[in-house]
Design a protein around this ligand. Structure first.
Ligand SMILES: Nc1nc2c(c(=O)[nH]1)N[C@H]1C(S)=C(S)[C@@H](COP(=O)(O)O)O[C@H]1N2
Ligand SMILES: [Mo]
Length: 520
């Protein structure tokens, strides 16, 4: 055949990769959604990304950091595949070696996942095979040309005869076929994955009869109402989400089991009905992410229903020397929590409901941990299935290995919600309002400073627990011009929030939130 130009060859490479990915998606529907190439590659990259780029991605894309990573992977894969297409057209052997190398790399990312089982290799192996086939067919249609050769003219070589055979149409058919296979297996595989591995029905089936708490969350009153001010309770839909899961783990309540083991006198295994049959408590607890910048919104306050964790651990019998509990989810996350805080009387819980509904799947259905006063990465394991009582010097959890602190109590912080940063307001009485938090110490005071003026005490919403944020409001007599507003809080121990600016790494940001406002 005539070696067609490089755009056609590149397209053939890209479509072959699409076939490989599509077939892998379809096979994963029979293994598990976590075994698709995109998920395993993303996982391997996430686990190895150096702190700098990781921070940059979170800062720049926020909770869209996963979408960003998927885009980068897609673009790189397409470029590599295009190169393979061009290569295969010239030297098929090299193209095949390239496909095998890519397949081997993806297989390695699958094996690299903490939750790896051999079945996870099926999608990449079958996908690679089909991708290779697609590459051969689309770059060298002559190799599968079964038509009898035209009789050579006297003196002409066989090649001369075959060369003019019209095959652009065959090539087009092959490319269109590859695109169709990729689309059908890819989208079909996705749909099948969703149908087979979706916990939504299980979640609906346990929604009707949530246990009544033996001790309810203390009613906090109506809270402060002010346009732009964060409401006291965050709805499930508005609650921030932070996790490393590229496909949200789909655990069904009826399959769920928690194992408590390690440095304990007796192992405990608990299924979902057993968990819900235990004493239930309901608590308002403000969850915060250590990656929350000053003024950021990686924080939310929910009403959690669950069972006290300390009771369960005591039933298991904690052996001397233990100082950490490591919680695990099926996607391989490990979260290390100090035992001391869990046992010190605070409302550490295994939660199964959030704001009156079973936990949303994204927020850990069927069960997650919540510990007031500790950042999420050291306390709030979602989709929890395993609790190991151990020692800090025996095991470092996921984020700790990546350079974050082992111990991470939430730092006292405050945020200005209204007026908006860089907004414009009319001169006169302007409400300045927001939230302040110092979980498990409580908020005793919030003050506002205008320009370099004195700190002014704000009005606080009633507080019934030290474990939540607290709304505040201060009425400002705003005069025309440009002003800078700052806020600071004092916690329940009397300690004033530090003015010192610190980055989120390794154990949470500090500094005062400040905004610029134009008054006209
Ligand atoms: N299984 C699992 N649990 C997890 C995480 C995770 O990546 N995987 N992230 C933690 C972090 S860093 C935070 S801040 C909270 C966020 O909980 P949310 O997504 O429900 O707001 O979950 C924690 N629990
Ligand atoms: Mo977090």
């Amino acid at each position: 055949m005539r070696r067609s130009g490089w755009p056609g060859a590149a397209l053939a490479g890209v479509l072959s990769a699409a076939v490989a990915v599509g077939v892998a998606e379809a096979i994963a529907a029979f293994v598990r959604p976590e075994a698709t190439p995109f998920v395993t590659i993303s996982g391997a990259v996430t686990d190895r990304a150096p702190q700098g780029p990781r921070e940059w991605a979170i800062r720049t894309f926020g909770t869209a950091d996963k979408a960003f990573l998927l885009t980068v992977i897609t673009v790189l894969l397409a470029l590599f595949a295009a190169g393979l297409g061009v290569l295969a057209t010239r030297r098929l052997r090299y193209g095949i070696v390239g496909v095998l190398a890519l397949g081997a790399f993806v297989a390695w990312t699958a094996v690299d996942r903490p939750s790896y089982t051999p079945a996870d290799l099926a999608p990449v192996l079958v996908g690679t095979l089909f991708g290779m086939l697609a590459l051969i067919l689309s770059t060298r249609p002559d190799l599968v040309d079964r038509r009898p050769l035209a009789r050579p003219l006297p003196g002409a070589s066989e090649d001369d005869v075959r060369e003019p055979a019209p095959d652009t149409s065959r090539r087009t058919v092959i490319l269109v076929g590859a695109a169709a296979v990729a689309a059908v297996t890819g989208f079909g595989g996705r749909m099948l994955q969703h149908a087979r591995f979706n916990a939504e029905r299980s979640r609906a089936s346990v929604a009707g009869n949530l246990p009544a708490p033996i001790s309810a969350a203390a009613p906090a009153g109506p809270g402060l109402i002010e346009p732009g001010l964060t409401p006291y309770l965050t709805s499930n839909a508005d609650f921030y989400r932070i996790d490393t899961a590229f496909t949200v783990p789909q655990l069904r309540a009826e399959d769920w089991q928690l194992r408590i083991h390690g440095l304990v006198d007796r192992e405990i295994r608990l299924d979902y009905p057993q968990l819900r049959a235990r004493l239930a408590i309901e608590r308002d607890i403000t969850l915060a992410c250590v990656s929350n910048e000053v003024g950021g919104d990686l924080i939310g306050n929910a009403r959690w229903l669950g069972t006290p964790l300390a009771d369960l651990l005591r039933e298991a019998g904690i052996r001397p020397g233990a100082d950490q509990i490591v919680s695990r989810s099926p996607d391989g996350m490990t979260i290390g929590t100090p035992l001391r805080e869990v046992l010190d009387g605070r409302d550490a819980m295994l939660a199964y409901a959030m704001n009156g509904e079973p936990l949303p799947i994204k927020h850990g259905f069927p069960v997650r941990m919540v510990v007031p006063g500790l950042y999420g990465y050291v306390s709030a394991c979602k989709w929890i299935v395993d609790l190991e009582v151990t020692r800090f010097d025996a095991f470092s959890a996921y984020w700790v290995k990546l350079g974050w602190a082992r111990q991470a109590p939430i730092k006292t912080q405050s945020r200005l919600d209204t007026p908006r940063d860089e907004g414009t307001v009319n001169a006169g009485r302007v409400p300045v309002a927001g939230v302040a938090w110092a979980q498990h110490r409580g908020i005793a005071a919030v003050e506002i400073q205008v320009d370099e003026g004195p700190w002014q005490p704000a009005e606080l919403a009633p507080q019934t627990t030290t474990d939540t944020w607290r709304q505040y409001r201060w009425m400002w007599d705003a005069t025309p011009g440009r002003h800078v507003l700052r806020v600071r809080a004092t916690d329940g121990t009397g300690a004033v929030q530090t003015a010192k600016n610190a980055d989120v790494v390794p154990d949470g940001a500090t500094g005062y939130h400040r905004i610029g406002v134009t008054v006209r």
